[in-house]
Write a protein that binds this ligand. Structure first.
Ligand code: SOE
Length: 378
């Protein structure tokens, strides 16, 4: 088995989630590569050391440029705030490293194009962490749609609802709250949450042609953690958009951090000519399915418990009936990345695949400003 030496940049929530994926993958998946936790990198030496010791990284760096220069690193994992993705990925590609970048790929499609060109020119393996594709029930939904079971698709709707920024006393910026700071995040819920909905839905139903969006910033000013001053809030707190898919179906998307009572209610529903399906992150091991063939007194939605060995990824885990959770999606993504290295058929979403989501996010934010329908630029 070959070693795949990982250099992790960033050690927050995603640093932990990805590391857990690297650590567990060989226990459950038979692969030719073994991820080795070579180095963790962060600016605060004490904090990054604590992270490295806790998770089992062999060494630390406090300068990402040093990490990228290291000969013993094969693969760079970018878990920083969004405004650093571009610079790190360009440098890592130049240094010939494989790159796994946290979503969203970039601050804008323009940056994304540069990043795609860099990894493609360097010929390095690359992937973006849109992990929800790897919830077995979501992967199963993709299989059912690809098999043509739903027939012609008419509607796709998806929401990602949270409630954690309702308090106006919550500051913006800094390590914990960079998602509220437009300079670090690029956008609010559009890049952070809707990007997940878009990634999954274009994977399920093909590309989006044009969009019509509204956004709102409910709390206009917040104290900035780094400056200590009250500053304008530049992110979108909520975003709703309608769209046309290339295949003629209609899409309806909504995301907010102001839906009191919802922590991470990510849902989608697809309605086709022959069948419909829906999924809810709060019940992630179930796929709801309605088949028109069952029309008659026994018609109805069924809730399929996705836990059997003939469901995606499940044969690698426990016995039928036992649930997987959020963290398994990262294990699956590492497994798929490695299988892509082995087969030469890169795991999706590559940077190029994820650029499409970036383009749609740009069109959504533009439409909210112009109050017009906007085409997705390609
Ligand atoms: C925000 O709260 C967040 O952590 C996102 O940044 C993640 O991408 C999403 O999976 C869960 O919510």
């Amino acid at each position: 088995m070959k070693n795949l030496n990982i250099g992790m940049i960033g050690y927050g929530f995603m640093g932990r989630a990805h590391t857990n994926g690297y650590k567990r993958v060989n226990d459950f998946f038979k692969l030719d590569y073994r991820p080795v936790l070579k180095a963790a990198c962060g600016r605060d030496a004490v904090k990054v050391k604590e992270f490295a010791d806790n998770w089992g990284y062999e060494s630390i760096e406090t300068d990402w440029k040093k990490l990228i220069e290291r000969k013993d690193i094969d693969c760079v994992d970018v878990c920083t705030p969004n405004n650093m993705h571009r610079e790190i990925c360009l440098a890592a590609a130049k240094a010939g490293k494989m790159i796994l970048c946290e979503k969203p790929l970039a601050m804008s499609a323009e940056e994304g194009v540069e990043m795609c060109e860099a990894v493609e020119k360097a010929g390095v393996a690359n992937m973006v962490w849109y992990n929800y594709r790897r919830v077995p029930a979501v992967t199963f939904a993709k299989q059912l749609i690809d098999e043509g079971r739903l027939g012609k698709i008419f509607h796709v709707r998806s929401k990602f609802l949270q409630d954690w920024t309702i308090s106006a006393d919550l500051p913006q910026g800094g390590a914990a709250l960079w998602r509220l700071d437009v300079a670090a995040a690029g956008s609010g819920v559009t890049g952070d949450l809707l990007a997940h909905c878009i990634d999954t839905c274009i994977w399920l139903n093909g590309l989006i042609k044009d969009v019509s969006a509204v956004t709102e910033t409910f709390v206009k000013e917040r104290k900035h953690t780094l400056t200590g001053k009250i500053e304008k809030v530049g992110i979108d707190d909520a975003c709703i958009f309608n769209c046309h898919f290339d295949n003629g179906s209609l899409g309806n998307f909504e995301s907010t951090r102001y839906a009191r009572g919802h922590k991470a209610q990510y849902t989608f529903e697809v309605n086709g000519e022959n069948a419909s399906l829906s999924w809810d992150l709060h019940d992630l091991h179930r796929l709801n399915y309605f088949d028109y063939k069952d029309e008659g007194p026994l018609r109805g939605w069924k809730s399929i418990h996705i836990s059997d060995s003939d469901h995606p990824y499940l044969k690698h885990w426990w016995v039928p009936g036992l649930n997987l959770g959020y963290e398994h999606t990262f294990v699956h993504q590492v497994a798929d990345f490695i299988e892509g290295l082995q087969s030469g058929k890169p795991a999706s979403p590559t940077f190029r695949d994820a650029l499409e989501t970036q383009r749609i996010c740009d069109a959504v934010l533009k439409s909210a400003k112009t109050k017009q329908w906007e085409n997705v630029g390609r």
